[in-house]
Design a protein around this ligand. Sequence first.
Ligand SMILES: Nc1ncnc2c1ncn2[C@@H]1O[C@H](COP(=O)(O)OP(=O)(O)OP(=O)(O)O)[C@@H](O)[C@H]1O
Length: 484
Amino acid sequence: MPLDDYLDLLRLRVRMPDSSVIISTGSVHSTLSLSKTNLIVQNTATPSANHDVPHRNILRASVHAESRVLTVAFLDQKKKKKKEMELVVIEGEVEESQIAHAAEWAESVMKAAYDDLDIKRSRRLMVFVNPFGGTKKGAQVFLKKVEPIFKAAGCPMEVLYTTHQGHGKEVAKTLPFSFDAIVTVSGDGMVHEILNGFLEHAHPLRAFSTPIAPIPSGSGNGLAVNLLGREDGFDVATAALNAVKGHEMKVDLCSVTQSGKRSISFMSQALGLMAELDIGTDNLRWMGETRFVYGLFRGILKFNPCPVQLSYKVATNDKHKMAQTYHSIQSEKVASPTTPSSAGFGDFLGRSLPPLKYLPDDDDGWTTFTEPTLYVYAGKGPYVSRDFMAFPVSLPDDGLIDIMAMCKMVLPKAIATGILVHYVKAHAYRIKPLETKGYLSIDGEPFPFEEYQVEVHQGLGTFMSPYGHYAANFEPTPRKQKER
Ligand SMILES: Nc1ncnc2c1ncn2[C@@H]1O[C@H](COP(=O)(O)OP(=O)(O)OP(=O)(O)O)[C@@H](O)[C@H]1O
């Protein structure tokens, strides 16, 4: 080693506290330090190679005893595109005398990155890749961005490239319970398939308790936006980090019964204009997200009514109360994101699904909505796509579904009553088509435009979440004080 490099290294060693380690690549030295909250990388040659990342973003630290190479992998913001995250792997040799210290240091990093955050190391992942979802980039996204992150984190994985529609469902039906999480490199359609595969699983409740982590590679990616937020909802690296390090979040799932057949919906049921956005633009998947904007304009111009009768078992229609409940639950979750949900079916592990509570002819306590509508939209999760927060006060496990009906009123009546959109929270609801032609879309997938009933199962499903709550920030406008 040249004298200058040797002196440089000595100077670093003198300043090095126990929580640091020095690695060298040729004549370039880096100091890696672990603070109470962050991992800090300082490079002697190129300050642009410095990093300062929270423990949550660390994937792995390890030392190879023979080669004396220390490797640290983490996610950091891209230097050029600050809003996107990328995988960073730093490697370098440790001095022979420092090898034991480096191994201890790497273990303390793993403890801070996993054990202290109550996250299992090296999760076993089952990955479903849909090569045909959205803009058909699923396979590319997986190989270039997702797989390297899972490998860097030391996660063993089984990967399935779906070859046809329904493939995800077939595999989910008999999926073994050896995985810590299911990863979908797709849009919402694949998540829908997997949950419906679980419905037919020999142990459905146990299957539903396996957390799903979506990697956004479809067109709408509503689930990824709900879990990761509007800003990060399309960020593949952030979504991959959620699979490796997210927390299990219990969510309500809905049974949709149509012609005696039960299926599962995790996100939305849309009729009228909103269904046209999903189904009527199916041939425009190549446009990615833009297809929904195009569909919206086309739908508004056509101004088609939605010929259905809506009835529901109401929980509340008081918007002020909805907002209050939302805020108190949301702030509890923000304060302690990892508190397990009290909702759920933990006691039923291995047993069959709960029977339906509401029969199709049950009218007790049901309300029928009589206004003609432009669309009916019901769902779980605030966002249905990145630019549309349809259900702002939706909560993951309140056991209720939010229903929105856009009234088709003549303008003077709408202005006089002030009601253009009807919004309620319900335990269950029912739709009866009044005409034969129309669109019904469930979780973005086309369904027959026929009578159906929806019932909510509190906490039946499980998603992986970085925050333990939906990543949406709904700030309602305060009520106007009445003038005296
Ligand atoms: N190999 C395949 N060939 C054709 N279709 C497939 C294949 N694999 C999966 N599918 C189907 O593709 C459909 C769409 O999938 P996905 O949800 O991934 O994308 P998307 O619909 O564009 O996204 P989003 O639902 O977020 O709008 C699903 O119904 C799924 O069954």
